[in-house]
Design a protein around this ligand. Structure first.
Ligand code: ZN
Length: 347
């Protein structure tokens, strides 16, 4: 161990090993030096600090693979609603204007709730609307302050909701269309330039803070935007997280708006270069068998959000299909109120 490297000993807990006895893991000590596990065994020590883990399970921190911190403060504001009805209330123009203090509070609260639930890494797909550089700086500083690992993306899209949520145009009176006309984010400037510049601003923030790219959903993104994000991802090695097929309506959007891609949002993504091991598809509830095959072939990841899907009554994803096909799967809470306290639905 290097001179001065702090060490922590976690003593006497049952240490989980996925390849070992998962029913009754053996009792052992874990020695951490710096940010690495140095040894696991019996009778290790001493260390700078000892944590008594007797009677407890010692295991890796969970990864919350899909989450949005922007509506942490909306807990309790919505009853159970189908996704598309919720969107009527929750497109960014309807967002309450927040102060920097509120942005800091919601970021810390959501992260603290994750930590208390055993999560040590989160993926925050954040919408800042209207974009305020002070708010972004506040979020980045809050994650640094609380110390959770964060893979962070700014959510972007460039096709208005009224154009791509099936039947909104027909059902919503025309006088209200302008209220549903905004893109998800950012509005007023080019989303590609925006995310590239913000990444360059904060790329060296901290080893715990990692950037990703966050096209909101394929149906809300032009080929130009998705191809540009694919190029950015390749240039800087950035992961990409997007929503897909959360609701039946999102599957209908594929059928209606992507006939040249066989009505498939997956094939649309493939055409823009946005499938592969660096891409995570949140929800993936209404995936077709032929699309599951494409995900398996390309090594694309699926991020399941079961509690949020129940809250929005979106359905149950074909988990067995993903596992049988060898599609890598992760789990996210989506919105923290939906999954951790079950009081609010969002995406
Ligand atoms: Zn989401």
């Amino acid at each position: 161990m290097a001179e001065g490297t702090p060490s922590i000993l976690i003593r006497g807990g049952r240490v989980y090993d996925h390849d070992g006895d998962t029913d009754l893991p053996p009792v052992a000590d874990v020695l951490i030096e710096g940010d690495r596990i140095a040894r696991i065994g019996a009778g290790i020590g001493p260390a700078d600090r000892t944590i008594d883990a007797a009677g407890k399970l010692v295991m890796p921190g969970f990864v919350n693979a899909h989450y949005h911190s922007h509506d942490v403060l909306l807990k309790g504001c919505f009853e159970t609603l189908p996704l598309e009805l919720w969107l009527l209330h929750a497109l960014p123009p309807a967002y309450p204007r927040r102060s920097a203090a509120e942005v800091r509070a919601r970021t810390l609260l959501g992260a603290a709730e994750c930590l208390r639930s055993g999560m040590t890494t989160i993926q925050d797909m954040l919408t800042l609307f209207p974009f305020d550089p002070e708010h972004l700086a506040t979020v980045v500083a809050a994650y640094e302050e609380i110390g959770i690992r964060c893979t962070f993306s700014l959510q972007v899209g460039d096709i208005p909701g009224i154009e791509r949520v099936p039947f909104w145009k027909e059902v919503v009176p025309e006088e209200y269309h302008r209220h549903l006309g905004a893109s998800v984010e950012p509005g007023g400037f080019d989303p590609l330039t925006h995310v590239r510049d913000r990444y360059l601003d904060y790329r060296a923030t901290s080893p715990r803070f990692r950037w990703a790219l966050g096209p909101t959903s394929p149906e809300f993104c032009t080929p130009r935007l998705l191809e540009g994000l694919a190029a950015l991802s390749a240039e800087y090695g950035l992961p990409v997280i997007t929503h897909i097929y959360e609701s039946r309506s999102m599957a209908v959007a594929g059928r209606l708006f992507m006939p040249e891609h066989d009505g498939s949002q997956v094939k649309y993504l493939r055409s823009t270069g946005l499938l592969g091991a660096n891409v995570g598809l949140a929800h993936s509830v209404w995936m077709r068998p032929d699309e599951i095959e494409i995900l398996a072939e390309t090594g694309t990841n699926v991020i399941l959000n079961p509690v949020g899907n129940l809250k929005t009554r979106s359905g149950v994803p074909p988990i067995r299909g993903y596992l049988d096909a060898g599609v890598p799967t992760a789990i996210g809470c989506d919105n923290s109120p939906a999954a951790m306290r079950r009081t609010c639905s969002t995406r």
